[in-house]
Design a protein around this ligand. Structure first.
Ligand SMILES: *Cc1c(COP(=O)(O)O)cnc(C)c1O
Length: 386
């Protein structure tokens, strides 16, 4: 069979976003005679033209990626590039740069700005516990000013390199008006951690953000079996991130690149299905006599947090179908107590400041049947209080 020229090879902008989630990063496969994306595990590549390769290596070191053989596996990888291309397209970004984890991705953004003489960060709480800790500890040479969204404009100085926000935020699911916040940031890059919403529910670059962070470990992978991080942004910032990745070595593994690309294909259906279940569980939890408060974003999503009059540690220990575990975004449901685990690293006053109650329980809703999940949750809530 001959290929209809141009129709499957190039990006077809008339296709819907859901269709692109399936095909992005794979547009060249049919012309290559392939169906599944190839996995390139090479750590090195033949360099017969030494002079030419030396010049290319200089370009790579400066953060440019010409899409050709990467010279060395820490520099770039063809399978990882497919994931980067796809994620950039789904977030509406010029480029994306993938890392070994979400924290490696955030670290690269911080290093890029600190080394450019912009060491001050303005952070909007609450943030993922380790993000809060990284900013607060100053381990990468940054300082941090904590601000509410309304205080961000006045917290910015000429040495501010980054404004960091999560919306919906971990673990309280607090939502921030990203468009207003982007306006308040002016020329300072606004980094939005979009791990919870995913590009299915929210594309921060269309709201004025400059950098979108994902812990790809969560919904993008979607099956609890791959770690990764990614930043979607303009090509000039992507170049600086590649420079940092080249020297710090936080490259995403090609197998992980493959799994993450595969995850993107089912991302829209997974997020929509889990969100419908989460919304129903949020409704039922709100009516339960042992639930004092439910947090569920107006945007939707598959995360639900709630405060309960039951000992949260006992509640988490009592579930049977749901797994008591940190992390989120998998096909199976997970529950955890932020004050004990994900946000334990924060000082108690900081947790309080961020609105994280000691009674708060965080639920990541998976793809199980809503009735089975409700039976498990309500039985755990109805157990005799200890
Ligand atoms: C998990 C998580 C991170 C960190 O990502 P890793 O892949 O674990 O390094 C950052 N932000 C949010 C919102 C997360 O849930």
């Amino acid at each position: 069979m001959t290929m209809p020229s141009g129709s499957t090879h190039s990006r077809t902008t008339t296709h819907s976003w859901n269709t692109r989630a399936v095909h992005a990063g794979k547009d060249d496969l049919a012309a290559l005679g392939l169906h599944a994306p190839p996995i390139d595990l090479s750590t090195t590549y033949p360099s017969y033209d030494v002079v030419g390769e030396a010049e290319r290596l200089d370009e790579f070191a400066a953060g440019h990626d010409d899409g050709g053989p990467p010279v060395y596996g820490r520099v770039a990888n063809p399978t990882v590039r497919r994931f980067e291309t796809a994620l950039a397209e789904l977030e509406g970004a010029e480029s994306a740069v993938a890392f070994a984890s979400g924290m490696a991705a955030l670290s690269a953004c911080l290093l890029a700005q600190v080394t450019a003489g912009k060491p001050e960060v303005v952070g909007v709480r609450p943030l993922y516990g380790t993000t809060d800790h990284l900013l607060e500890s100053g381990l990468l040479g940054n300082s941090v000013t904590w601000a509410t969204p309304d205080e961000v404009a006045s917290a910015i100085t000429d040495r501010t390199g980054l404004v960091v926000v999560e919306s919906p935020a971990n673990p309280t699911l607090t939502e921030v008006d990203l468009r207003a916040l982007a306006d308040a940031c002016g020329p300072v890059p606004l980094l939005v951690d979009n791990t919870f919403a995913t590009p299915v529910l929210q594309r921060p670059l269309t709201l004025g953000a400059s950098l979108v962070l994902h812990s790809a470990t969560k919904y993008l992978g979607g099956h609890g079996d791959v770690m990764g991080g990614v930043i979607a942004c303009a090509e000039d910032f992507a170049r600086r991130l590649r420079q940092v990745r080249f020297v710090t070595g936080g490259m995403l593994h090609p197998m992980a690149g493959y799994e993450l690309l595969r995850g993107l294909a089912t991302l829209p259906v997974r997020v929509r299905a889990a969100s419908a279940t989460a919304a129903e569980l949020a409704r039922r939890l709100a009516a339960h006599h042992r639930v004092t408060r439910v947090h569920y974003p107006s945007l939707g999503g598959a995360m639900v947090s709630f405060e309960t009059s039951v000992d949260p540690v006992a509640l988490v220990a009592a579930v049977r179908l749901i797994t008591p575990a940190v992390s989120l975004g998998s096909v199976d449901s997970l529950i955890q107590h932020p004050a004990s685990l994900t946000h334990r690293i924060m000082e108690e006053v900081a947790r309080k400041d961020a609105g994280i109650s000691p009674d708060l329980v965080r639920l990541s809703v998976g793809l199980e049947d809503v009735e089975d999940l409700w039976t498990d949750l309500s039985e755990a809530l109805d157990q005799p209080t200890r």
